[in-house]
Design a protein around this ligand. Structure first.
Ligand code: PLP
Length: 408
């Protein structure tokens, strides 16, 4: 007889985006004439950059020739991509890593979800609240989250981020072993300055806490004073693993490519108190459970760092950030309290008139035909907020503001 991992049975069934889709589909079916504008899910809308497409075409041709054919590649990624990542994302900012400290994958969702494999179940975790749901759910699956009651998991330390604390989380009242930080933040679209991030690195150094730093949106940072990588903070190379993604940087949500950085100096303990390098464990996990991102994908990702690629990808980011500006300004002019959208592709709205996030979601759906994401879906501190993304088409973004201006 096979037994199931019963922690899976604790997962909340009402997966946020499935719930939203149900409500949206029902509305569309009952109002066939209405045109919905969907600014809910954080998926990109602009096509791949030309430099990326050309590189992928060339890679297909490589695979079609005997002399350049490739089969299984290195599980951790091809050196051509790892070297481009090290040079452009890190060395350009004064951060140096060995080639064996970067692991190319099929995206940050898998990496942030899988990292728990190499960490003991008994670790106490902390998350900023609201939060990208993957961090929570994968810890539920691993048995680290405890029981769910009143919208919270009993063993998870929640660090509220609301307008009241300017979306800057306070240090946890009780010591934690693993801490998830995501900056620029999904869903609030806010960032942490250098001093604020340093506070967390110092905390981690003092408390031997492991920071899992998700920088999937770093390419959206406009302000030169905001760190792109946690490794810009001295000491972080001892306590932090960083996750990156080409999804939002270069429109790879469908192509699939990301990477993690696991410096050899990041250690965790055995039960006997011995310090173990997480790099070796992550490498072992990678080589056992993953066979590498495809050659075509990695050639496409490499092209993001070419001179043309950089220019074209910047144009994509500028497009989305212009959308973010349109939303920020338009919604503020409607009298709404608007956060984020300056260094991130997300706009975080305070619901007007004390509406709950689901009530505001329904109001926008029914009265404006605009789909957002209710903040509560990202955690208890998301109540009273709603997320809109800047990833829509320009015409939809403009029309959303126009409709809201007419309605509010
Ligand atoms: N991390 C955060 C914070 C995200 O918002 C997302 C996607 O929405 C991901 C990771 C997933 O990235 P990927 O497409 O690389 O799996």
């Amino acid at each position: 007889m096979a037994f199931v991992n019963e922690h899976f049975l604790k997962l909340q069934n009402n997966y946020l985006f499935a719930d939203i889709a149900k409500k949206v589909n029902h509305y569309q079916a009952t109002h066939p004439g209405s045109r919905l504008i969907r600014l809910g899910i954080g998926d990109v809308t602009q096509p791949l950059a030309e430099a990326v497409r050309q590189a992928m075409h060339r890679a297909v041709e490589d695979l079609g020739q005997q002399s350049t054919f490739r089969g299984y590649g290195p599980e951790q990624g091809y050196p051509f991509l790892i070297d481009a990542i090290r040079a452009n994302d890190f060395e350009a900012r004064g951060i140096t890593f060995g080639a064996d400290e970067v692991f190319v994958s099929d995206g940050a969702k898998c990496d942030t979800g899988n990292i728990g494999d190499i960490l003991r179940k008994e670790n106490r975790i902390a998350v900023t609240d609201p939060v990208y749901p993957v961090y929570i759910d994968t810890n539920v699956m691993a048995g680290r989250a405890g029981k769910f009651a009143d919208g919270k998991w009993s063993e998870v330390v929640y660090l509220p981020c609301t307008a009241e604390n300017r979306f800057v989380p306070e240090l946890p009242a009780r010591r934690v072993d693993m801490l998830y930080l995501c900056y620029p933040n999904n869903p609030t679209g806010t960032t942490l300055g250098r001093e604020e991030l340093k506070k967390w690195v110092d905390y981690a150094l003092e408390n031997e806490t492991l920071i899992l730093y998700d920088a999937a949106y770093e390419a959206y940072i406009q302000d030169p004073d905001i760190p792109h990588s946690i490794y810009e903070i001295p000491g972080a190379e001892q306590v932090a693993i960083e996750f990156r993604s080409f999804s939002k940087t270069a429109g790879f949500t469908g192509v699939r490519c990301g990477f993690s950085v696991v410096p050899k100096s990041v250690k965790a303990f055995t039960q006997a108190g011995e310090k173990v390098s997480l790099n070796a464990l992550w490498n072992r996990r990678f080589t056992t459970k993953f066979n590498g991102a495809s050659y075509i994908t990695q050639r496409g990702a490499e092209a993001v760092y070419s001179p043309q690629g950089k220019q074209q990808v910047k144009a994509l980011i500028d497009y989305y950030m212009t959308n973010a500006g349109i939303l920020r300004e338009g919604l503020s002019n409607c009298g709404l309290e608007v956060y984020g959208g300056e260094n991130a592709p997300y706009i975080w709205l305070k619901t007007p008139g004390g509406l709950s996030s689901w009530e505001f979601f329904e109001q926008l759906l029914h009265e404006v035909n605009l789909v957002g994401t209710p903040g509560l879906g990202f955690g208890p501190s998301g109540e009273g907020y709603l997320r809109l993304t800047a990833f829509g088409l320009r015409e939809d973004t403009l029309e959303a503001v126009e409709r809201l201006t007419r309605r509010l």
